[in-house]
Design a protein around this ligand. Structure first.
Ligand SMILES: [Zn+2]
Length: 338
């Protein structure tokens, strides 16, 4: 038990708290800078199980702040969830680590939360639509979640406890939650760690059944500002996510192929209507017959046509780099993959 001795010496946790932590399951959505640091901290703290969902693969521009990844991961274009899982298992072999390489859409999140019933969900996405899905799933399945966001040197964190605190949708029009992304204004690594410090402290409190911080925390680490905002009066009686008349708007499923421009990245993501394993052999012969050179690892297949790089994941999802024009992406998608 030496491994956790310092954490157990901390009175609010103690030996009992350590056992509680050991029995808990955390779901981390997104395995970028926030996700990697959240996951590492909780795995080192001795959490029982961690599930990580991420749709992306490791790129060189990630290495500056996404602490679980190496140059080798970027060279091999490993999916982040897989690279994170390998590293986390090496850090603490007692923790059950489950990686899921997929887009955290409403269908998947509801499936995972209904099946696994995690004790807490940590938001490590950079995407507001996904946060609204997490928010609805949290309310529907009564699982607390911890919002976290950072951009530039500015960060935010807030714990949403169903039936106790206002949900994120309640706060939407009241609190400046920010919509810039790190692709447009950049980000420095210390602000990531500040957000993660708040998120993991609150996650540990939930694990040991301690009282969470009910205030929204916001700070600017470069300019030395730190604020705690009391939001308890902002709970809305007619909120479609957390009131008695709730409809969970973010969980209304869509049944069509979706094209989405990934902000600031010159990339369009395509999510086919019918998810499932893509038949790679057919696709491979289709592409090679046209003289297109294909690179492949266990999780994704990629190729370049003109200035466009295609990345095809085994769940059917596709990224087309080199464009942020949906019409052009549609044409390319149906020409090579449709
Ligand atoms: Zn609400």
């Amino acid at each position: 038990m030496d491994r956790y001795s310092r954490q157990q010496l901390f009175a609010p946790i103690g030996e009992r708290g350590q056992q509680h932590i050991r029995e808990k399951h955390v779901l981390v959505i997104g395995s970028g800078a926030l996700g990697a640091a959240n996951a590492e901290t909780l795995v080192r703290a001795g959490i029982g199980k961690i599930t990580i969902i991420d749709r992306d693969y490791v790129e060189w521009s990630n290495l500056q702040r996404q602490q679980l990844y190496t140059e080798e991961d970027a060279t091999n274009r490993l999916p982040k969830a897989i690279a994170a899982a390998m590293r986390l298992r090496a850090i603490n072999g007692d923790v059950v680590v489950e990686p899921i390489v997929a887009d955290a859409d409403a269908c998947l999140l509801e499936q995972v939360v209904a099946r696994e019933r995690p004790h807490v969900i940590i938001d490590s996405t950079d995407n507001f639509d996904v946060r609204m899905i997490i928010n609805d799933v949290s309310q529907k399945y009564d699982v607390p979640w911890i919002y976290g966001a950072c951009v530039g040197s500015y960060g935010l964190s807030y714990v949403i406890v169903p039936n106790e605190t206002p949900c994120l949708r309640c706060l939407l029009e009241e609190v400046p939650l920010g919509n810039a992304t790190c692709d447009t204004v950049g980000i420095i690594s210390p602000v990531v760690h500040m957000v993660v410090a708040h998120q993991t402290a609150e996650a540990l409190k939930i694990c040991v059944h301690a009282q969470v911080n009910r205030k929204l925390v916001s700070f600017d680490i470069w300019h030395g500002q730190y604020r705690m905002i009391d939001v308890h009066k902002l709970k809305k009686d007619d909120c479609p996510s957390c009131s008695e008349r709730r409809t969970y708007p973010a969980l209304q499923y869509e049944n069509e192929t979706k094209f989405a421009v990934l902000c600031g990245r010159e990339t369009v993501q395509i999510r086919p209507a019918h998810r499932g394993e893509r038949e790679w052999t057919t696709l491979l012969s289709f592409l090679t017959k046209r003289g297109i050179q294909v690179e492949q690892n266990d999780y994704l297949l990629s190729f370049t046509v003109d200035s466009h790089r295609f990345v095809v994941f085994s769940d059917g999802r596709v990224l087309i780099h080199g464009t942020n024009d949906v019409q052009e992406a549609k044409r390319l998608y149906y020409q090579y993959l449709g």
